[in-house]
Design a protein around this ligand. Structure first.
Ligand code: GUN
Length: 292
């Protein structure tokens, strides 16, 4: 079994980005500036956004965190987005999901200027991605592609099974793995809550990407020998033996699945840190596009 070490690879990527930023600074150019909007007090979302902002510092980016109360109306959030769209100093921004239920997520995503949509969620960017055009690729799928590439995991002609069809991970991942080129050229099956006989499908997969959010869902009996396993799950499970009172658990029953897999991502330290690194990469791209 080979570990796909997202922690290590994400550090490499952040070092590469930091080198680019240092060059910009040395040339007297403006450095990339990422903003993040968070609405409400969800502990996990606050932690993720906090990590995103902290990583900006690490690579030399400027960052702005906009915290809005859970009672924020759709109109108020749209107004803030308009402000960020018009603010020339900000190269890219994200609105952390999920949003409180009084806010229509699609409406919010549609309001983001596509040239600043470093999450790659706007339909213009999502469409470009599906059409193989240059654009912002959503950070989590982008991070998975980067891991596969840097570990030289063969994807051509392989059967990739994606579990979960979320707009953030499963859906874009299924498109990207079937695209021309590397990593890609896979035959893709996208499975979801209405899929029948899922064990039969997963046990035929060369590559499984699971983005379900159900702890220890994927068992060793569901995979074939030497499958490649990518675990996107990050669920907080109460654990009094830890300082924080919880631990992070993936979708994969790691202890047993890792014994059968050829490559596998750990949780934590797999896909999670890659997501942040690729968000920074997209922000650097946004800055560079503005410059050219
Ligand atoms: N919530 C979970 N993952 C993401 C992400 O990649 N971007 C945003 N904006 N919200 C998320």
């Amino acid at each position: 079994m080979n570990l796909l070490d997202g922690k290590k690879v994400s550090e490499e990527i952040k070092n590469e980005i930091a080198t680019e930023v240092a060059k910009m600074k040395a040339n007297g150019e403006k450095v990339p500036h990422l903003a993040a909007i968070i609405v409400g007090n969800d502990g996990a979302s606050l932690t993720y956004v906090g990590s995103k902002v902290k990583s900006c510092e690490r690579v030399g980016f400027e960052s702005t965190l906009v915290k809005m109360p859970s009672t924020t109306s759709e109109t108020e959030l749209l107004k803030k987005i308009k402000e960020l769209n018009l603010n020339d100093d900000i190269d890219g921004f994200i609105v952390q999901l999920p949003l409180p239920e009084q806010i229509d997520t699609q409406k919010i995503i549609m309001a983001i200027d596509p040239s600043k949509d470093v999450d790659g969620f706007h339909p213009e960017n999502f469409g470009k991605m599906a059409l193989d055009m240059t654009t912002f690729i959503p950070a989590t799928p982008f991070g998975i592609l980067e891991l596969l590439e840097r570990y030289n995991v063969e994807t051509k002609g392989k059967h990739t099974v994606v579990i979960g069809r979320s707009h953030i991970v499963g859906r874009p991942m299924s498109i990207l793995m079937g695209r021309r080129g590397f990593p890609g050229n896979s035959t893709v099956t996208l499975t979801h809550s209405h899929t029948k006989n899922i064990n039969q499908i997963t046990s035929q997969a060369d590559i499984i990407i699971t983005a379900l959010g159900v702890p220890n869902y994927l068992k060793a009996e569901m995979i074939k020998d030497d499958a490649v396993i990518i675990d996107v799950g990050i669920t907080r499970v109460p654990d009094e033996t830890t300082e924080k009172g919880y631990k992070i658990v993936g979708d994969v029953d790691f202890e047993f699945v890792s014994k059968k897999a050829s490559f596998i991502t750990p949780v934590p330290g797999g896909v999670g840190p890659m997501t942040i690194a690729m968000l920074l990469k997209n922000t650097l791209l946004a800055r560079e596009q503005k410059r050219s």
